[in-house]
Design a protein around this ligand. Structure first.
Ligand code: ASP
Length: 358
């Protein structure tokens, strides 16, 4: 990938250097005909619309997906590509900013938090609800502030040492966010983990909640197994499962249950899940509620899941649970090891319930 140097006010030996990776998304889109659809444009279009970039006193190098993509088309291969790009240049920059469409940003940020192990530098992802060329765009603030956060150092140490998402004046942990809004500017929420920073006149970091990796060395993984399926639980679903043969099941299954992990008492559904587990397909239980957590056995309606060996997903978001399953299957051998890995926190994506569920 080609790197382009942004012309900023940085002196020949600037204090900080940032690699900004432009993947596409609304922030760089344009309508080529009146009433036509929005399509992603190249980085030059973005740069022209943010003259403020040239006032920055940091060195910014830019590289771009070619062509830039609507994030609906970003998936596991791109996550690996981003991990490799950051991994290969980890020691060349003080921080990284990824510009990304908002639709699947939370999947990318979750997955990168697993692929980039022992991260001790900021990887700040952002996007926008309105294209950069629109008068009231949120892209300008989001990009400039993401760059500022990625270059925040104290005592020569980066303040943020994890994959984070900056949007609408808040910084979130990357594996805790979900897109909850497609119309207002506050597109993301992180129901189970407080914001890492609030941005007003100053950037106020929530120091106690920033991640500190236990790993000694930085490394990045290039293994993911996207052969994972997800099933949303709904009343009366056993009838819909009839005839759904699982001769060639996926390697992992996510279920999205009610409330704190409950499912209907439907024999067809329970047999279906048990059949998967007997074939050594790990089944992970996540809640349809964005806030709170799964607690299998709290109600009679979830006790059966413990009995048949479904994994309790605790307070994982759907995006983090799904990408974690892909990561754990790709990086562990054997059913038992995969189950153990899924239940163990990696990068602050879930609370540590210790041996409770192991
Ligand atoms: N469809 C766009 C995307 O995810 C939406 C956005 O960026 O806000 O690329």
């Amino acid at each position: 990938m080609e790197f382009l140097s942004l012309e900023t006010q940085a002196q020949s030996n600037p204090e900080r250097s940032i690699l900004m990776i432009y993947t596409g998304g609304t922030l760089g889109m344009i309508r080529t005909e009146p009433g036509g659809p929005l399509k992603p444009l190249n980085f030059e279009n973005l740069r022209k619309n943010i003259p403020e970039l040239s006032n920055l006193s940091i060195d910014v190098q830019v590289c771009s997906f070619s062509p830039p993509l609507d994030s609906s088309d970003i998936g596991p291969d791109h996550w690996l590509e981003l991990a490799k790009l950051i991994g290969n240049h980890y020691h060349d920059f003080d921080g990284f900013v990824i510009l990304h469409g908002t639709d699947t940003l939370a999947y990318t940020s979750s997955c990168l938090s697993f692929l980039l192990k022992g991260l001790r530098k900021p990887v700040v992802m952002t996007g926008a609800q309105l294209p950069i060329g629109f008068q009231r765009t949120d892209a300008r603030n989001n990009i400039i502030t993401a760059l500022e956060i990625a270059s925040c150092y104290e005592d020569d140490k980066p303040v943020v040492q994890e994959v984070a998402v900056y949007f609408d004046y808040l910084l979130f942990r990357g594996n805790r966010v979900s897109k909850i809004e497609s119309h207002q500017f506050d597109a993301y929420s992180s129901e189970n983990y407080p914001p890492l920073a609030k941005v007003g006149v100053d950037i106020s970091f929530n120091q106690a909640f920033l991640f500190n990796t236990p790993e000694k060395e930085f490394s990045y993984s290039q293994s993911l197994d996207p052969n994972v399926a997800a099933l949303r639980i709904y009343p009366g679903m056993e009838r819909g499962l009839e005839g759904m043969l699982m001769e060639n099941p996926p390697k992992g299954m996510i279920i999205e249950s009610f409330g704190s992990g409950n499912i209907p008492n439907e024999k067809g559904l329970i047999d279906f899940l048990e059949g998967l587990i007997k074939k050594e397909v790990p089944v992970l239980n996540l809640s349809q509620c964005p806030g709170g957590e799964v607690n299998q056995g709290k109600y009679q309606a979830s006790k059966v899941l413990n009995d048949i060996g479904v994994l309790d997903g605790s307070d994982l978001s759907f995006e983090a649970g799904l990408t974690k399953m892909m990561y754990c299957i790709g990086n562990n051998n054997g059913y038992e090891n995969i189950c153990k890995a899924v239940l163990s926190p990696i990068s602050g994506e879930m609370k540590d319930n210790g041996s409770k569920r192991l």
